[in-house]
Design a binder for this molecule. Structure first.
Ligand code: CMC
Length: 395
């Protein structure tokens, strides 16, 4: 019984060694390949960060251009894939569609699935990074009955995604540069985060030598839950519930503190950051910039006001301070996505879009590691001791 360490939730167990992302929860520090997230968010671009996570170094100018060219070249989806979308109900949650479509990539792109060949692995990574905006935007277009938009190669990664989401084929579409920049920064902030639930899922699924598309689909499924990537959607649902209710904000804060009540303030707290989340600091500034520039009469204004008030209450309340519960990155990303016109059901899809590079970089690292073995946790058995079968007539 005592042969194994019992560690539910892996609070003290390192499941792998990795050279990709470092985070220090006490110091509120997050580094991608050694570079602080603050510097990357300010000076870099999402595609450059993708290169960094995948290859380990920042690209030279020539490498950067080549990488951008490759990603652009792979952004189309096989034409047959539109029929795969059409098999879903229109009212399907876009995350359900994402799990299916990303898993199905292995049925469309099965010529490069020798996972022991680093070149083929890299090609899978390029395909996933390149196709994810198209896959994500199509899951939204399909749910609205809008025609699928193909990517436009001259646009940047974030610009292209926004166009595929919102453009109407019969009209010109101008991408708002503030929104495209904000989206690029959000993608950088969410690109990787060490061994979180979805990344660990990708590693565990991939450790059986399952193909990378299937492993990524497993990661998307794991991300979906409200305690992980689903939190940004849960934040807006919570704000809407508060907005609709007759109760003051203090009532909801009291509920969050009540041990006998399962209600939690969505978008607050983090398993690792118990001081502050460095990503939240950056995104908070961005959220304020965008909210301040919104034209008057925005239909979500009341919701945004509640968010700002809730943030202030939680930041000054002893209960939250004692437990290190600060607004996390998802508290603000939800607010920003809503102000961009992205529907709530797409929020976790946005997270998946950004995290794909982290998943595939971690998977690639694992596959290239000679010491990596199939993941196979043990358990603490608490069931019945050995007993003999009893025929049904005697039970
Ligand atoms: N509202 C109210 N109380 C909370 C909250 C919250 N959001 N989060 C934690 N607590 C309390 C909890 O009741 C416990 O109190 P006590 O010590 O008196 O029993 C204490 O804080 C510690 O909580 P925990 O559940 O042991 O902490 P954890 O590290 O297991 O959970 C968490 C972390 C993120 C799952 C949790 O804080 C939570 O459910 N937050 C809301 C959901 C959310 O925003 N999730 C997004 C996380 S960030 C994005 C990502 O990484 O995917």
């Amino acid at each position: 019984l005592n042969l194994f360490t019992y560690d539910p939730g892996y609070l003290a167990t390192a499941s792998c060694s990795s050279a990709i992302t470092y985070l220090d929860g006490d110091k509120g520090e997050l580094l991608y390949r050694g570079y602080p997230i603050e510097q990357l968010a300010e000076h870099s671009t999402f595609l450059e960060v993708c290169y960094l996570l995948l290859k380990g170094e920042l690209p030279t100018q020539a490498q950067k251009e080549e990488f951008e060219f490759i990603i652009t070249r792979h952004s189309m989806l096989h034409d047959q894939m539109q029929f795969f979308y059409r098999g879903f109900r229109r009212d399907a949650h876009p995350m359900a569609t994402m799990v299916g479509v990303v898993g199905a990539l292995s049925a469309f792109y099965h010529e490069d699935l020798n996972i022991h060949d680093p070149i083929q692995r890299e090609r899978c990574a390029h395909r996933l990074i390149a196709k994810m905006p198209t896959i994500a935007a199509w899951s939204f277009r399909y749910s609205r009955g809008l025609p699928f938009m193909y990517p436009l190669n001259k646009l940047g990664y974030a610009d292209n995604f926004l166009r595929m989401m919102f453009a109407v084929p019969t009209e010109d579409y101008e991408v708002d540069p503030l929104l495209a920049k904000a989206l690029d920064v959000i993608l950088i902030l969410h690109a990787d985060h060490e061994q979180n639930a979805s990344t660990s899922t990708v590693r565990l699924a991939g450790s059986s030598e399952a193909n990378p598309y299937a492993a990524t689909a497993a990661g998307i499924a794991s991300l979906w839950g409200p305690a992980h990537g689903g939190a940004n959607e849960a934040v807006i649902n919570m704000l809407r519930e508060i907005e609709k209710s007759d109760q003051p904000l203090s009532h909801w804060v009291a509920r969050a503190k009540d041990k006998n009540d399962r209600f939690r303030l969505m978008g607050f707290g983090h398993r690792v950051y118990k001081n502050y989340d460095p990503r939240a600091k950056i995104i908070r500034k961005l959220a304020n910039e965008i909210l301040d520039k919104l034209p008057p009469g925005n239909p979500n204004q009341k919701l945004f006001d509640i968010a700002r008030e809730l943030e202030q209450i939680a930041l000054s309340d002893e209960f939250f301070k004692e437990r290190g519960l600060y607004p996390n990155v998802d508290f603000y990303s939800g607010v920003i996505f809503l102000s961009m016109g992205i529907p709530v059901t797409m929020f976790t899809v946005m997270f998946a879009l950004a995290r794909t590079v982290g998943w595939i970089s971690q998977w690639n690292e694992m596959m290239g590691d000679e010491e990596s073995r199939i993941g196979r946790p043990r358990q603490l058995y608490v069931g019945s001791p050995r007993r003999d079968y009893v025929p049904v007539a005697k039970r």
